[in-house]
Design a protein around this ligand. Sequence first.
Ligand SMILES: NC(=O)c1ccc[n+]([C@@H]2O[C@H](COP(=O)([O-])OP(=O)(O)OC[C@H]3O[C@@H](n4cnc5c(N)ncnc54)[C@H](OP(=O)(O)O)[C@@H]3O)[C@@H](O)[C@H]2O)c1
Length: 259
Amino acid sequence: MVEHAGTAVITGASAGIGAALARQLAEGGWDLVLGARRLDRLESLAAELHAAHGRRVLAVPLDVRDGASLDAFALQAEAFAGSRGVTALVNSAGLARGAGRLPDATAADEAEWEEVFDINVLGLLRVTRRFLPGMRQRGVGHVLNMGSLAGIETYEGGAIYCASKSAVRVISRALRLELIGSGLRVCCINPGMVETEFSEVRFGDTEAAKAVYQGMTPLTGDDVARACMWVLTQPPHTNIEELWLQPTDQASAQKVHRE
Ligand SMILES: NC(=O)c1ccc[n+]([C@@H]2O[C@H](COP(=O)([O-])OP(=O)(O)OC[C@H]3O[C@@H](n4cnc5c(N)ncnc54)[C@H](OP(=O)(O)O)[C@@H]3O)[C@@H](O)[C@H]2O)c1
């Protein structure tokens, strides 16, 4: 078995990038705390990773919109990590809803705006603030926030999602400045198009989701996870500030080569 590399907490570990990263981290010797709302998925991933790599993997239900769920999650994660503590926090939980343009918005859209900001921005803050005290006390910790190309480039129909991911980049930058001298590290990962469950959640329809990647080769969760692994395995004196990766077929938010 590979030597113990640390304990990572991953939000949004029930699907996509979070689940792919859990697999690569377990292979790399990390113990894991997996959080998301779909506990059945987390439990089967935890069992798979324990069987394949012999790592300790804890599955805990988490809704980043719910204070009681967040408290219980953080408490169980810290107890599981023990005296060495949580060494990495990966904030991958996030989503988009639709691609409506603001001039066409109606009152009905406001609930979705609130949901996106509540999960992508406030949820990330709520999780992070619960793990920072332990990390600061130990002087060890790496926070990886899932930003997006959408946080760098704005596109029509993306105002809400782009604003939320822009906020993730700004929060990551502020946190990095605020943690200087603590030994803690912060990175914002900004992927372009990644084929996960993301577009299905966004459009609520499998056919519409498939159309997003029609004729082009998107990134996979594994591609993004490899980039995260590289960030997480740099020596402690090296902080990768931000990492921006896109499919070769995508040169900007809306410039996509399709066969
Ligand atoms: N796919 C892309 O093209 C792309 C590009 C750039 C950035 N990103 C970002 O990458 C991150 C991961 O997305 P993905 O592509 O892996 O999408 P995904 O396959 O849909 O996974 C999203 C994850 O977030 C979790 N989640 C959603 N709401 C949650 C909540 N309230 N509490 C806890 N967990 C919650 C989901 O779990 P449950 O539903 O089980 O709770 C799921 O595990 C997101 O932040 C997304 O914005 C994605």
